[in-house]
Design a protein around this ligand. Structure first.
Ligand code: UDP
Length: 254
């Protein structure tokens, strides 16, 4: 890692001061955590894959008019992003019942939901990210009602777009988590998509086999974690098959 000033270190990423004011560098680590930090691990190559996958998805989303913090990828593990004021809310969008939702409602994993369901969680490690309602978000001033409107409509657009994008490569988008921040620019403030979108933050199942191609492989000790992330990258066209001449038979990054 570089000698730039570290702004923040999270579980899977580090933020450094950027090359110019209003920018940051987002560094993707191989570390993985689950169950509110109770489970730790290292998935070799994960950071490199997530950097590429998140770059790809943020760029596709920007093309359809979703404002994001992403500027450009700098190298294998780093991307340049716009500095935002993070809104301390995790937005989870669910299409199919899985994870904590199945426990909460006693539902079988894989049950299609009657419509996409949006949930909010307050980002606070000590409190283990409690689920909150829109009332909590606005009453505690985490976001204004107008910002929450923007967050909801952007989240549903992201869900519609990503559902179609993944369907096109034979993957079902079960659920995912996104975060937003405030971008202060030219005396204006607007809500912008932040953080990352990757198999760390999405549940992605193979359309035909229902194989899990996401962090649930780590959470549940299913093995083949890096291979699953690689498969997502490959399907999105980010990985190049090196073909039979590669002695290890592996794939390399473009
Ligand atoms: N998620 C995340 N970070 C979190 C909690 C959830 O990225 O701190 C993602 C998770 O990968 C899944 C979705 O949000 O795609 C819904 O997760 P859930 O609430 O079911 O929690 P989990 O079962 O992962 O604890």
């Amino acid at each position: 890692m570089s000698r730039r000033r570290k702004i923040y270190e999270g579980k899977a990423k580090v933020l450094f001061e950027g090359p110019e004011p209003g920018t940051l560098v987002q560094y993707f680590k191989d570390d993985a955590t689950a169950f509110n930090n109770k489970k730790h691990g290292v998935i070799t190559g994960k950071g490199v894959l997530n950097n590429r996958i998140s770059e790809y998805l943020m760029m596709r989303l920007a093309e359809v008019g979703i404002p994001t913090h992403f500027v450009r990828r700098l190298n294998m593990r780093e991307q340049l992003i716009k500095e935002l004021e993070i809104i301390p809310i995790e937005v989870v969008i669910r299409n199919i019942a899985a994870g904590s939702f199945t426990k909460r409602f006693g539902m079988a994993e894989g049950t299609a939901l009657p419509r996409s369901i949006v949930e909010y969680y307050y980002k606070n490690d000590e409190l283990e990210d409690p689920m909150v309602s829109e009332e909590h978000v606005t009453a505690f001033g985490w976001a204004t009602p107008q910002e929450l409107d923007d967050i909801l409509s952007l989240s549903l657009r992201v869900n519609d777009f990503l559902t179609g994008l993944f369907l096109g490569v034979g993957v079902r988008l079960i659920d995912f988590k996104i975060e937003f921040g405030r971008l202060y620019q030219d005396d204006q403030v607007r809500v912008v998509l932040a953080d990352e979108i990757s198999p760390d933050s999405c549940r992605l199942w193979d359309l035909k086999t229902n194989d899990k191609l996401d962090k649930d492989r780590f959470r549940r000790d299913l093995g083949g974690v890096a291979e699953a992330y690689q498969e997502i990258a490959r399907r999105l066209g980010i990985l190049l098959d090196t073909g039979p001449t590669d002695p290890k038979g592996s794939t390399t990054l473009q």
